[in-house]
Design a protein. Structure first.
Lengths: 389, 389
């Protein structure tokens, strides 16, 4: 009997597919039941984009708590005797203080100092790490580098699927489920735990600044069950299914890979200079290039802009930014913030035009709107994401 | 005037996007005008899937000539003093006879001997190559390896977008446009040429065995124009817009990456052993692993199957294959061939069950169908793709 039921569970794990090349996460069925209206391919998986509508999803995240299928944040697992040494090769960040149980934001650079990805790394053991990657096959980047360096590491994608619980009521919700310890789990730290026997890692991370957690489910067959447990416990907190929120992430100063950051931007240009340690002994990929860039100084910079015009509608255009009638850069992300009642944006502009208060123009096609360089983040949510600490 | 018009051309090149992360090829507008009904993301671009319907598209390809937007076959350009040396690291194939002007099918292997991708390489100069890759970010794999090996190579994605002209009438069509020399361009060779000043490389390649070419357009702004020139000239030959054809490619013995081939299959398992040269001096990635696999012998093998049941409808399920009531493998691709009037499939099965003529069963869910191991390819199209040579 036991053998049979374990077999049928295994069969239940088999991914059902619309295409061999786009996979469903363990939460996919749940997202369908809960009315997800559209998805985007992300790391060759379906990432939910909208449930009710963008605004409802936004207010649920800011006022209550939302549950996100972010199974597409694939994990790149690095193990083996050289795992730590290898991770040091991948990132300009100094890792000497990176503790077991901790999460580190680790921009990865290529030989030219460009950012290949900006994952969060989890240190599970002395020589066991997960990189929770943005949209790009970092598995191949890491495997290629390891093959070239001939290091003793094993690099693979484990059966791990993140689920995010985000929003100010996430602390109460998760405390109900797991106990009060979750309130004082430090920001960017994690703990291995379980719910009804479902194994996962609870990390105080997530791609919003509204507070919350990511649950790194360690056995895909329990995806639906985990989703329902959290949805059930979340009812008193008005939980809603949600998605990474375009508006909130810009308000909060979060950057999106492929938009604000690509491999043709370097860490100094996008405010990640503090993660670059050129003085360490480690010869990480891109060190020589970053030394040169640092010595010469950057020529452009990602800044926050307020665009003084009618509320923007959703967009995906790289609008040209002008100063004194000359093009000086481009918008990388822009949105109308219902909370701030302003259009806010990131723009990559010439360093000469990057000072706070600089007046610029944004060519929106039909009009050229006035814009001003403002401090980042647009909204300081420290009280929210550090709640209880 | 000249400056102005060249500027507006440059602006015309700016990609229009529905998402920052999924790009449109230079032929995208044309595919829309010509009625493409659905696309699939492939290398983060839109790959057309269906125009009229699968069967019409199939017969157009087999009887006449079809034009495919395969701009998603991204090129990985390798240049620099170590370019040739580096390419030898990437593939187990012996490259010593690889000539300028030639195309080489080069399976790329990882440290475990698994196939990371199976691109066609073009040798443009002594130290300049393009890899025309299947769906996977081989740019990252190659850059990672190069960073690790510290070789003097430059690796990038050039502004090159393949367009395929496939089908038995492609020879007449392209001869009308470019001259009779195209008829005798050797199979898997290429030549740099142009049409109305539009620069491209004409290669006698393509992902069908119906005969034809791939045009590697070298300036994206001319995509629409090139498309229309070919469509116009193709009218007498009943040209239709088309796509890589699921049915034809199985009939012809072509394998699809992520289905029949993945990084957990090795070259010996999928009939690519002839591309592995273990005796060469080069220490390519995966050599040690492949030596071991070769010495021990493979344990499973990709075979051709005929499945004796009702015509299959389109599917993307990995059906289990059984022998004597035991599971011995799985179907990787299957389709009903209207031409052969048979269900044909690839299956990865235990080596013991891989002999020609072996009787197997395929678990289709509702029924277990009888199946027989048959020779590959299912259809020998040598007279078609070698026409004129």
């Amino acid at each position: 009997m036991t053998e049979k039921s374990s077999k049928s569970k295994k069969q239940g794990k088999k991914p059902r597919l619309y295409s061999y090349r786009i996979r469903q996460s363990p939460y996919y069925d749940a997202t369908q039941r809960y009315g997800c209206k559209s998805y985007t391919p992300y790391n060759n998986m379906y990432l939910p984009l909208v449930y009710k509508d963008l605004l409802s999803d936004y207010w649920s995240l800011k006022n209550d708590v939302t549950l996100w299928d972010v199974g597409c944040e694939r994990q790149v697992e690095i193990t083996g005797p050289d795992a730590f040494k290898f991770l040091q090769q991948l990132t300009p960040r100094n890792l000497t203080k990176f503790k077991i149980g901790q999460c580190y934001y680790v921009p990865l650079t290529n030989a030219h100092g460009g950012i290949v990805n900006d994952p969060v790394a989890l240190r599970l053991e002395k020589n066991k790490f997960w990189l929770s990657v943005a949209d790009r096959e970092i598995l191949l980047w890491a495997k290629g580098l390891a093959a070239g360096l001939k290091m003793q590491v094993s690099i693979q994608e484990p059966d791990v699927s993140p689920l995010a619980v985000q929003g100010p009521k996430s602390f109460d919700l998760m405390a109900d489920l797991l106990g009060d310890w979750v309130r004082t789990l430090k920001y960017f730290w994690f703990k291995e735990t379980e719910l009804n026997g479902i194994p996962f890692i609870l990390a105080r991370t997530g791609w919003s600044k509204q507070g919350g957690y990511e649950l790194f489910l360690q056995d895909g067959q329990y995806g639906d069950q985990l989703w329902e447990i959290i949805m059930g416990a979340g009812k008193p907190y008005n939980i809603q299914p949600g998605t990474p929120c375009w508006i909130e992430r810009i308000e909060s100063g979060l950057l999106n890979y492929w938009e604000d950051v690509t491999d043709s931007t370097n860490p100094y240009e996008v405010g990640m200079g503090r993660f670059v340690d050129l003085d360490q002994d480690v010869d990480f990929v891109g060190k020589e290039a970053l030394k040169k860039i640092n010595a010469e100084g950057i020529k452009r910079k990602l800044v926050g802009l307020e665009i003084h015009t009618e509320p923007l509608t959703q967009t995906a255009e790289f609008w040209v930014v002008e100063c004194n009638h000359q093009p000086v850069g481009m918008i990388t992300s822009a949105v109308y913030s219902p909370d701030l009642k302003k259009n806010i944006a990131y723009a990559m502009v010439s360093i000469e035009c990057s000072d706070l208060g600089t007046d610029l123009k944004v060519d929106l096609g039909e009009v050229k709107a006035d814009a001003t360089v403002v401090p980042l983040p647009f909204v300081d949510n420290r009280d929210k994401y550090l709640a209880g600490l």
